[in-house]
Design a binder for this molecule. Structure first.
Ligand SMILES: *[C@@H]1O[C@H](CO)[C@@H](O)[C@H](O)[C@H]1NC(C)=O
Ligand SMILES: [Mg+2]
Length: 259
């Protein structure tokens, strides 16, 4: 009898505490995804954390059973809160960094899913929250006509400008869509960048990391100091001359944009 009431008490405590936690963690905790002995299935929250921490690499699409988890993550508050937390930290850093006496201090920003959001496209059946691969042509068509701002990153961008840094936008978008991209950036509220670097013919065949590394190295050779580097892909933030500090914007939907 004592054992039974203890069991009831424990069960009740677990239920009520998980209920209270819901306020702090709007993402539903999912159990271990494991079927059979060889077929290990990662838990969806573990998948997302693994992606953000660069532990999971070279994945192509999200696990299909994580679709509703990723949808909830993006469309409820957690994604926005995560972006805000990163932007807040980055603003703090921009305000406190001592400028270099000899070198020109700049911040490098990626564009896709960093300054501009394609959430509407990622939610469409073409991408289906990452269960399908993202292909460049339809992606950039959507981006140049319908992209929205990532609000917390616009605030960071403006704070960086106000603190006297120059801005370099470094994107994998092809030079051929440059005008439309500038228009999309302006529509989203961005202005005042020093350089916009897009992928030219000479860059074809390079991996995203090789391409971005080469462009950053050119900047460093021009006596720029990369004070901050902001992007949603690890290929934005790894390789050569990544900058004094990097800031990873969340993106659990895709790992690269395919040609
Ligand atoms: C952009 O949005 C409009 C309105 O929802 C839609 O009609 C149009 O097809 C979209 N553009 C692209 C390229 O999907
Ligand atoms: Mg990006």
């Amino acid at each position: 009898m004592i054992r039974l009431s203890l069991l009831v008490f424990v069960a009740f405590t677990l239920l009520s505490s998980s209920h209270a936690d819901a306020e702090f963690n709007p993402i539903r905790q999912l159990g271990r995804h494991s079927v059979g002995s060889d077929d290990y299935k990662v838990n969806c929250q573990s998948f997302r954390v693994g992606v953000e921490a660069n532990n999971l690499r070279d994945w192509i699409t999200i696990p299909s059973y994580c679709k509703s988890y990723i949808k909830t993550y993006l469309q409820k508050n957690q994604y926005s809160l995560d972006v805000e937390a990163i932007a807040f930290e980055a603003v703090d850093y921009a305000e406190s960094l001592q400028k270099d006496v000899f070198l020109k201090d700049i911040w490098v920003f990626d564009i896709e899913e960093t300054l501009l959001s394609n959430l509407g496209y990622l939610a469409s059946s073409s991408v289906d929250f990452g269960t399908q691969q993202v292909y460049a042509t339809p992606y950039y068509e959507w981006l140049t006509s319908n992209a929205t701002v990532v609000p917390a990153i616009l605030e960071l961008y403006n704070a960086v400008v106000e603190n006297g840094f120059e801005i370099v936008l470094l994107s994998e978008a092809p030079e051929s869509i440059g005008d439309a991209l500038v228009q999309a950036l302006q529509n989203a509220g961005f202005s005042g960048w020093t350089k916009l670097i897009l992928k030219g013919d000479a860059d074809n065949g390079k991996s995203p990391e090789e391409y971005k590394s080469a462009k950053r190295t050119e900047l460093v050779n021009l006596r720029y100091r990369i004070a901050g580097n902001v992007g949603d892909q690890w290929s934005d933030l790894s390789g050569e001359n990544v900058g004094i500090r990097t800031f990873k914007v969340p993106n659990p939907v895709y790992n690269r944009i395919w040609d």
